[in-house]
Design a protein around this ligand. Sequence first.
Ligand SMILES: Cc1cc2nc3c(=O)[nH]c(=O)nc-3n(C[C@H](O)[C@H](O)[C@H](O)COP(=O)(O)OP(=O)(O)OC[C@H]3O[C@@H](n4cnc5c(N)ncnc54)[C@H](O)[C@@H]3O)c2cc1C
Length: 451
Amino acid sequence: MITRRDLIARGAAAMLLPALGEAAIPRNRIRALRDAVRGRVLTPGDSGYNAARVVFNTRWDGVRPPAVVQVRDTADVRAVVRWADRYDVPLVARSGGHGYSGNSTSRSAVVVDLDRLDQIRFSDGIATLGPGARLGDVYARLAARGVTIPAGSCPTVAVGGLVLGGGMGLAGRAMGLTCDRVRSFDIVDAEGRRRRVDDGALFWALRGGGGSFAIVTAVRLRTRRVSNAAFFSISYPRGAREEALARWDAFAPRAPSDLTAILTLTGEGATAFGQYLGSAPQLRRLIAPLGGSPSVGSADYLTVQRRWAGRDDPPRSAFAASSTYVTKRLGGNGRRAFLDAADTGATLILDAYGGAINRPDRDDTAFPHRAARFRVQVLSYAAIPTARDRVKRARRSVAPYGTGAYANYADPDLTNATRNYYGANLERLRRVKREVDPGNRFRPAQGIRPT
Ligand SMILES: Cc1cc2nc3c(=O)[nH]c(=O)nc-3n(C[C@H](O)[C@H](O)[C@H](O)COP(=O)(O)OP(=O)(O)OC[C@H]3O[C@@H](n4cnc5c(N)ncnc54)[C@H](O)[C@@H]3O)c2cc1C
């Protein structure tokens, strides 16, 4: 008979097993790493290791990397890469840890934690940002200079992962994706060299192709002057969801580019909301085609970004998510498929594309989804087995009307993930990977492999 005590003992053994696996890096090598860097090197059993290893999505709390290096500067990054080269250890970079799929942690790769490389500087219209800079701080510091960059709405997402995967937010249709504003990157390459990249194949790959090519230590972005913004929201009851979707689909992807409008669909109803770089009365007139009873306002630009952020410090949470891009207007069957998806219990978030996002061609940067009318994200915060099931069912329902997926909403359950993320740019990304990292030193989950 198996007693409760046996079960506890087995549980404890199971908990120890990964810890044993992590000892894969011999102590003398960890000592060499500690000698090489000024930042902390945390390994299993060290105090601070558990806090250092976890990412935003608590779904990945069981992942225990062999070491986390909290680098202090670019010299530390170079030292880690040279160390990894010497002992042939895979690396994964982490900036803000908000990657959905746990792609900035790993069971086998050493984590290079860039949280402290969080500089935010502004000069001559260019923002120079460390990869660890958080969006809330970036918006605030740039607003003090009367400028901004287009980026996401979560205040604790960091610039590093955001820009490497694209970067879409409420200024997207007016200013483009975050990656579209990049003038240059500072990187440490697979051989541990520091380089500035502002042209050529690697510059192309870093704008949307993810963290497989180099470790980014700074990024320079063209800013745009802003002072105020107007905003709106409209709530629709469950019975009006299909009409809301039809109105939004006809209007939002073709609206003037100073307006970015988003639609959320749930089992209970729908909400349209968005941001306009103009006045509130103009916005009220503009959104008349969306129907409903809009609430409209305006404020200084930073106040509006804080409104989208909700709170300064969102708590870590567990969730499952996926996405796809819709290039054609939905017909009645398509709209009903979207409502069926919302009725699984997942939330659907539709971000209008068009405007500045669709001006570049598909192969101008590694981000390929330039023909989209909108992107739909399916998201669930239910307990993980339920959340995964809801997201899978919801994505299955909308998939016939979509193509591809957003790399920054990385979905570990997606088959052919890199094809979905990078579409027809995948082959070129593989060529760049072979050129700059043939030994596959940088190894994020669902990353680009040299073969
Ligand atoms: C609550 C929440 C809200 C979000 N809102 C938006 C939104 O409004 N718009 C949007 O576009 N996205 C949004 N995202 C998605 C977000 O853009 C991505 O998850 C992004 O990758 C997070 O960047 P990070 O640096 O915080 O993540 P990390 O987990 O640190 O990194 C993500 C990936 O990028 C790689 N990487 C990170 N930094 C570097 C670097 N310096 N050099 C090389 N590789 C690196 C990592 O290895 C990993 O593969 C949101 C995510 C969350 C959790």
